[in-house]
Design a protein around this ligand. Structure first.
Ligand code: ADP
Ligand code: MG
Length: 350
């Protein structure tokens, strides 16, 4: 099976002091969606442009199956790489109708080209709008055309740069679900880059976390969520309680020695990471420690509880997710861990 192999690729722009992409290695196989997630400026677009052949790398190699995309000897031009590109701003031809836009990249000319373009417009739900022009479409529809165009050219590899970031929430969610099933049917290798964690969780077979040009962690979404490699990755993926302390003899002990947690397996690091759903409240004195419930907010069908706890956390509080609202703000409760999905990481700010 053909796969993309990126090996130790680096790129520094002339105008800049830092490398936009730093020694990045990754692989994606046919049928797999890799989502690269990172904050703005982390190097995601540069990475895609290097893979597409729109930038020259300073070091490293990119291969796809038998093809060498780039190495210190070779630089294959974009049009020979057979990649389909989908950008944030759609990049449609304004003076072409939808049929012409999608037909553009299809190699065989004539009837076959038209029928293939029609087929892909139908696939993205725009089969009855083939004669419309891009300015007559909503953002979500434009992005559907861009996707149809990318798929219709039968690429080996699809590269998508923040494809949903210009869309409103409803359009985004609908298109994202459709994209997921379309990509699965097409059995292509796909890299999608985004700053949106939800995109990564929903679309990624695997997720790569990028920061300052480097890949910090690659794994399936659940592993990255529950077993982040650092407090930075932990916080990027959503609310997390970070308790500072140290590990000895299979126990994590907080800096103030207020809590001690038994660990299974090998662990090292100075910070215990606990997601809000890994904690629960209990009667005072029956948990690891006691605190006072400060606030309860109803969020996405659950209660987000804030417990004031004078422990080794940055803000002296814990966030706990509860399915019930049987708690009284202002009252004292105990808290305890209800899972083995805890992880220990190294953090810069113990
Ligand atoms: P992202 O897509 O994650 O926002 P980019 O790849 O666009 O990140 O940018 C990575 C870094 O490279 C940033 O610091 C950005 O300012 C810089 N950069 C991007 N494009 C250029 C360019 N053409 N010239 C100089 N610096 C650039
Ligand atoms: Mg970008």
């Amino acid at each position: 099976m053909k796969s993309l192999e990126v090996k130790a690729i680096s790129k520094k722009y002339k105008a800049s002091n830092n490398e936009a992409v730093q020694n990045v290695s990754l692989s994606v196989s046919a049928g797999e969606v890799l989502v690269v997630v990172g904050e703005s400026g982390s190097g995601k677009t540069t990475l895609l442009r290097l893979i597409a052949g729109l930038e020259y790398p300073d070091a490293g190699e990119i291969h796809f199956g038998e093809k060498v995309f780039s190495s210190n000897m070779v630089f294959m031009p974009t049009e020979q790489r057979n990649v389909g590109l989908v950008f944030q701003d759609y990049a449609l031809f304004p003076h072409f109708d939808l049929m012409q836009n999608v037909a553009f990249g299809i190699k065989p000319k004539g009837k076959e080209r038209t029928s293939r373009a029609k087929q892909y417009l139908e696939m993205v739900g725009l089969g009855s709008s083939t004669e419309k022009y891009p300015h007559e479409l909503s953002g979500g529809e434009k992005q559907r055309v861009a996707l149809a165009r990318a798929l219709a050219s039968n690429p080996d590899l699809i590269l998508m740069d923040e494809p949903f970031s210009n869309l409103d929430t409803t359009n985004k969610v609908r298109l994202r679900d459709d994209v997921r099933s379309l990509l699965k049917d097409e059995n292509k290798a796909v890299i999608l880059v985004t700053h949106d964690i939800e995109d990564a969780m929903i679309l990624g077979d695997r997720v790569a976390v990028m920061s300052n040009g480097a890949i910090l962690q690659v794994g399936n979404p659940e592993d990255v969520y529950f077993s982040p490699v650092s407090s930075y990755v932990a916080e990027l993926f959503g609310a997390v309680n970070l308790i500072h302390g140290s590990v000895s003899n299979g126990q994590f002990v907080s800096n103030d020695e207020k809590i001690s947690v038994s660990l299974s397996g090998d662990n090292s690091g100075n910070t215990l990471c606990l997601r809000p759903e890994c904690l629960e409240l209990c009667p005072p004195g029956q948990g690891l420690a006691d605190g006072v419930l400060e606030q309860s907010q109803f969020v996405e069908g659950n209660y987000r509880l804030t417990l004031k706890w004078e422990g080794s956390t940055a803000r002296n509080e814990l966030t706990i997710r509860s399915t019930s609202n049987d708690w009284q703000v202002g009252k004292k409760y105990g808290w305890r861990i209800v899972t083995n999905k805890l992880s220990i990481v190294d953090s810069d700010e113990p």
